[in-house]
Design a protein around this ligand. Sequence first.
Ligand code: GAR
Length: 208
Amino acid sequence: MVRVAVLVSGGGTNLQALIDAQNRGEIVGGEISAVIASKPGVFALERAAKANIPAFVIARKDFANSREMTLAYVSKLKELNIDLVVLAGFMTILTEELVQAYPNAVMNVHPALIPSFCGKGYYGLHVHEKALEYGVKLSGATCHFVNEECDGGPIIMQKAVEVKPDDTPETLQLRIMEQAEWKILPKSVSLFCEGRLSVKDRTVFIKE
Ligand code: GAR
């Protein structure tokens, strides 16, 4: 069994999508073994408790800098024997030590079609504000492996979602979650756990 840790910072709807997929038997060869939150009191922690998943808080404010915080994450993940780290609405930037400890084994879901609307400052609702400002007709979500570059790692899956003329950042966010994020994230995690993903240069190959 591939041991999966899900890192969260807020509401945790993507965590919920993973828990629901697991309950339907759709995370093949893997199990959600831990949830780690970057803030105490976030709703994602309640979702973990309800699903009987061990949950921990490692908060940025308890460390002098991002590197020290990242080292605390790595040491907790290793202590828990985690094989795959999933950033699911995780809003704190971790430094390169995480990727070095887990090469091509850290996955992120981003609420846009990378390389559009991504990188530093593009997180949560801001992503959808920028997409609406630009006037794109399609946006969507991307699951990718994390590398040293913010939102720059090899892409595992993407799904496009229509932008409607009367969208607000909130309505667009919800449509992208429902139609894209909550589908491609559990699917990407399962593909990893099934051992069906391989990476060559920037390209992820999916074995049939
Ligand atoms: C999701 O839309 C996720 O893609 C986004 O924040 C939201 C968190 O929702 N993540 C980022 O912007 C990371 N760059 P959730 O806590 O309900 O899963």
